[in-house]
Design a protein. Structure first.
Length: 202
């Protein structure tokens, strides 16, 4: 039964992910105008890509985000944290009080947690400086994207346990939604996010 449900979700993920991509396109295209907020966001992303070969030498930052995202996803299912360990070597583990599922296992690959948090706190900042929060948002989003691609290519245990094909479908669908919200915000503030969601497939 579970395999059948996963097959249905995999099949559904293809048109849904494509729908979110189409909804995002007008907002992504807006970056071509190179407005101030666009330059700030793209500059942060560019710096992240340039520095990534150096940043990847220290696995602590990415591992901490990865394990923390597992924990937050587990909290969605009312799990209690038992332990969270992150080592400078890049090893990490989070333990919680319930059995894992594919959403908890795959959350770090489709939820750019730190970029999302930076985007969410922007409205609380003074308008004169809020736009500059787009620089770390772009930096963190690009870092998550590059790191996630690398993790998928090497075949992380989370992906193997959930099934490669099914994992790719879930990551594509949920990633299109989360990345779409952040990119559309960078393109045109929260009205653009609402427009992206309104024209999405859900």
């Amino acid at each position: 039964m579970l395999r059948f449900l996963k097959l249905i979700l995999l099949i559904a993920s293809i048109p849904l992910a494509a729908g979110f991509a189409l909804a995002l396109w007008p907002h992504a295209a807006a970056f071509g105008s190179l407005a101030h907020r666009h330059v700030v966001f793209l500059s942060g992303a560019g710096v992240s890509v340039v520095l990534y070969p150096w940043l990847r030498r220290s696995h602590f930052f990415r591992t901490f985000e990865h394990e923390l995202t597992h924990l937050i996803a587990a909290k969605v299912f009312f799990a209690k944290m038992e332990s969270l360990q992150v080592h400078s070597s890049g090893d990490g583990e989070v333990r919680y009080s319930r059995e894992s599922n594919f959403f908890i296992a795959l959350a770090p690959y489709f939820l750019p947690l730190f970029a999302a948090c930076t985007t969410l706190i922007s409205p609380a900042l003074h308008p004169a400086i809020a736009v500059w929060a787009l620089a770390p948002a772009g930096f963190l989003l690009a870092h998550h994207l590059v790191a996630t691609i690398g993790e998928i290519l090497i075949g992380q245990p989370d992906i193997k346990e959930s099934g490669r094909l099914f994992s790719f479908g879930v990551i594509a669908l949920c990633g299109a939604l989360t990345y779409g919200c952040i990119i559309s915000y960078a393109a045109g503030d929260y009205p653009a996010v609402l427009d992206f969601l309104r024209h999405g497939p859900i």
